[in-house]
Design a protein around this ligand. Structure first.
Ligand code: SF4
Length: 345
């Protein structure tokens, strides 16, 4: 496993062997402090550990102070082109800035950001995105071009003696994301922020992100992650938590449910969704199995903490490996809920 350099973002450490942190990003107008704070708080409640906000102008950067006063999660400012926005954000309490030194302008402007970041112990995330690669790197294989482009940004900061750096190399292609991160991980020891950029709507993103992040997490290259999904950012956090749980890196619930077939004796999907909802905020390992019939239901039920399987005209309920009883459907669902509630306590 790669042990990266540790970087502190507010009260959170990333890299250096720390557990992988979950990030997401608000999609409110950052100048609208009430809406942004409300969304940040919802993200935190869902399990988000670092929140990024877009800072397209100076006014947005100024609102960082009010947002910080009403939230407790480390906040990252996403800044492009104008070094003054980065400085304003840093002076207003941002915990990390994400910039592209390449689009900030001449070296003296980058130096101004570096000075402010150093004075306030604010790390800088730099990197490269497949949509904005420098022209002179376009002849290289994409993954290598991404890695080299990110390295350039890193060197721009290092020439100013700055090494409080996080790197991201992003493509909207899952396999390119894997290759680019492997490439940069071989060259530098800074922590890696990993995600598939513009991964798309729910299905596309979940599949692409599971391929890319799943592989890179197993290889030990991910320090902090974002699953980017079009729409409500809460979904990003739910997906990230599930991915880490299914990779056994976090404690969390797992609802095992069958795909249903002609043998199904009850509405498996409905029950499974209700149980998932009930367990959404649980941070410990709980397995619940919901199977439409006893063909596999008995075995799965016995392995789960709580299980339910359809029988002729009813359901059989399991708790901690034992059959509790056979019930008419409604009574069985109520029993299942009762046991789930017991586990959640
Ligand atoms: S558990 Fe039963 S109902 Fe569900 S898919 Fe398997 S055979 Fe069909």
């Amino acid at each position: 496993m790669r042990i990266s350099k540790m970087v502190r973002i507010g009260n959170i450490e990333i890299g250096g062997g720390n557990p992988i942190t979950i990030q997401s990003m608000t999609n409110t107008d950052t100048k609208n402090v009430d809406e942004t704070v409300e969304q940040i708080n919802r993200l935190v409640q869902a399990g988000c550990e670092i929140v990024r906000v877009s800072l397209p102008d100076l006014e947005s950067a100024k609102s960082v102070r009010q947002i910080k006063a009403r939230t407790s999660v480390p906040l990252v400012g996403d800044i492009h082109f104008d070094y003054r926005i980065a400085i304003e954000a840093i002076e207003n309490g941002i915990d990390k800035v994400r910039i592209n030194p390449g689009n900030i302008g001449d070296s003296s402007k980058v130096l101004e950001i570096v000075k402010a970041a150093r004075a306030h112990n604010v790390p800088i995330r730099v990197g490269a995105n497949s949509g904005s690669l420098p022209k002179d790197l376009e002849h290289l294989p994409k993954a290598q071009a991404l890695g080299e482009a990110a390295l350039r940004e890193v060197r721009l900061l290092e020439t100013h003696g700055f090494d409080d750096i996080v790197i991201s190399v992003k493509s909207s292609d899952a396999l390119e994301t894997i290759e680019a991160n492997r490439y940069i991980a071989r060259l530098v020891s800074y922590p890696l922020h990993v995600g598939v950029t513009e991964a798309g709507t729910l299905y596309n993103s979940l599949i692409k992100s599971s391929i890319a992040l799943g592989t890179l997490i197993i290889e030990g290259l991910v320090d902090t992650m974002r699953i980017s999904i079009s729409g409500d950012p809460i979904n990003e956090v739910i997906a990230a938590k599930k991915l880490l749980t299914f990779l056994h890196l976090r404690q969390g619930p797992d609802v095992v449910a069958c795909p249903t077939c002609a043998r199904a004796e009850f509405d498996v999907e409905k029950v499974a969704l209700e149980v998932e909802e009930k367990l959404a905020k649980v941070g410990k390992k709980i397995t619940v199995s919901v199977l439409g019939c006893v063909v596999n239901g008995i075995g799965e039920g016995k392995e789960a903490d709580v299980g339910i399987a359809g029988t002729k005209g009813g359901v059989v309920v399991f708790y901690k490996g034992h059959i509790v009883g056979t019930y008419p459907y409604d009574e069985g669902i109520a029993k299942l809920e009762e046991y789930v509630n017991q586990l959640v306590k």
